[in-house]
Design a protein around this ligand. Structure first.
Ligand code: V55
Ligand code: FE
Length: 498
């Protein structure tokens, strides 16, 4: 798969410079280094029982983009893995070898154009797979997949991080697309996933996939969203798959003209589609309209109590305006997300959604103890900032970086924070239980922390129920890894079983 690196294959065209924009400069600058580093420096003590791999995805442009205005969302998928065992930690960084990356490496320049816009590509790559595979990873039935909602998943070897090709579940995957936020039901081992814009163009078709614990894709169902929009995440309860459709719309005619891929249009309503997971359920999807047009950024969890369906997610009153414009108000400013519980009475025909703010502090990048997904959980973790603990950091390409991680205990109502220190930015946390049968929340919270002034990165390990105590271990990387999106923990036993 390695492209010919001989200089005779070098195209005549010189490589253009990197754009002087916030996406490509300073702490956000592409890293581009594939590496293996053994026995990282550790401050404190890695808990000896911690055995497994933290793996996450990031967007790390391998080549200067065709368009200087390119979004960080359009970077090439770069996987980061920290393998922890016997108190030691090793770091690996590896690009997902997408067709896009291999073609661009062979040409030694960007050939694919703007985010999700095939009309901006070099004609030489017409019809080729545009996937950057840059958003998340999921591990199910012994298979590690790198995911991007605009494309099919890529199969990755979790030991080497080698890319094994595009994965279509032995031909059973119908859609051209597959969400980066598939969920595994811990009661059944089933993975529930979906695709939107399933034919590769903006439309209202959403396809749900049910993938058995064995890895077999057993069922595909379809329903129609009220309008074509970004469906980035969803919610899973015991009996329902729930989709919050937000007015982050895509108009294919605008895409053809080279405009932004999404626009925020809050003249349209936010609507919640409740799909029974039982066979045929997509045919009886029920729609509920939110009282205000808002955006769900990411989800914690969903759970049922009798006929009451509870949806716990981060919600903002604006679209993602740092990335995609407001079509009605160019001066509109992005607002921060807050955690909200939306409750729907499935027995009532009123169709109302009752909304409760869960705690009075902003946040994003939610995490729960995934062994309890689909059930009511007590513990909630998230990225956040807290000006009482330390100053805000300068805006990056995604907005202000987090300075803290937060923990909300729904039983006591207590909020607890880990402040990462001056010039330090934690990223999405991942919860690791102390043991397979530890009680909910008993374990560690792992988070990559950017040491911005040092142009370096750490991984911190915190007691998940005592963030304020600070790290039990800080694993120091000798370099910076690019800021990422989403990651997972794979227990050592699951890696060994493959
Ligand atoms: C998101 C991320 C994406 C994307 C669409 O976090 C939405 C939201 C990393 O790519 O393509
Ligand atoms: Fe996401």
């Amino acid at each position: 798969m390695t492209p010919d690196r001989a200089m005779s294959a070098e195209p005549a065209m010189p490589q253009s410079a990197w754009p002087d924009t916030p996406v490509f400069t300073g702490y956000a600058a592409p890293v581009r280094i594939e590496s293996d580093t053994y026995d990282l420096e550790v401050i404190g003590t890695i808990p000896p029982e911690l055995d497994g791999a933290y793996i996450r995805n990031s967007a790390d442009h391998a080549f200067p983009p065709k368009y200087a205005s390119d979004l960080f969302l359009n970077g090439d998928g770069m996987l980061h893995k920290v393998r922890i065992r016997n108190g030691r930690a090793d770091l690996s960084t590896r690009y997902v070898k997408t067709e896009k990356l291999l073609l661009e490496r062979a040409a030694r320049r960007a050939l694919f154009g703007a985010y999700r816009n095939p009309f901006t590509d070099d004609p030489s790559v017409s019809g080729k797979d545009r996937s950057t595979a840059n958003t998340s990873v999921i591990f199910h039935a012994g298979k590690l997949l790198a995911t991007k909602e605009a494309a099919r998943p890529m199969l990755i070897d979790p030991d080497t991080l080698d890319t094994l090709g595009t994965y279509d579940f032995n031909g059973a995957l119908e859609s051209e697309t597959f969400t980066a936020h598939a969920k595994i039901d811990p009661r059944t081992g089933e993975m529930v996933s979906y695709g939107y814009f399933t034919k590769g163009v903006a439309d209202t078709n959403i396809e749900i996939y049910y993938i058995a614990e064995s890895g077999e894709l057993t069922r595909t169902e379809q329903f129609q969203a009220p309008y074509p929009s970004m469906v980035h995440d969803f919610l899973l309860s015991e009996h329902y798959a729930i989709f919050t459709i937000c007015p982050m719309v895509c108009d294919w005619e605008r895409v053809k003209k080279g405009e932004a891929f999404f626009h925020w249009d809050d003249t349209l309503p936010t609507m919640v589609g409740v799909v029974p997971r039982a066979p045929g359920g997509a045919q009886s999807v029920r729609w509920f309209t939110a009282p205000k047009p808002v955006m769900e950024t990411h989800t914690f969890n969903a759970w049922e109590e009798g006929d009451m369906l509870n949806l716990e997610h981060f919600i903002t009153e604006t679209g993602w305006l740092s990335q995609f414009p407001d079509i009605n108000d160019a001066d509109n400013k992005e607002k921060p997300p807050f955690a909200e519980r939306w409750t729907i009475d499935l027995a009532s025909n009123e169709g109302e959604i009752a909304i409760q703010r869960m705690w009075g502090h902003i946040g994003e990048m939610p995490m729960v103890d995934l062994r309890y997904l689909t059930r009511r959980t007590r513990h909630f973790w998230f990225g956040t900032s807290n000006p009482e603990l330390g100053p805000m950091l300068p805006r990056g390409p995604k907005g202000p970086p987090f300075t803290c991680l937060g923990h909300f205990d729904a039983q006591t109502g207590a909020l607890d924070f880990f402040y990462a220190g001056p010039d330090s930015s934690p990223e999405e946390p991942v919860f690791v239980p102390r043991s397979l049968d530890a009680e909910e929340g008993d374990g560690w919270l792992l988070s990559v922390v950017g040491r911005r002034a040092q142009n370096r990165t750490d991984l911190v390990i915190l007691d998940a129920r005592d963030l304020g105590a600070g790290p039990v271990a800080t694993i120091k990387f000798p370099c910076r890894i690019h800021e990422g999106f989403h990651g997972i923990w794979i227990p050592g036993a699951a890696l060994a079983q493959r």
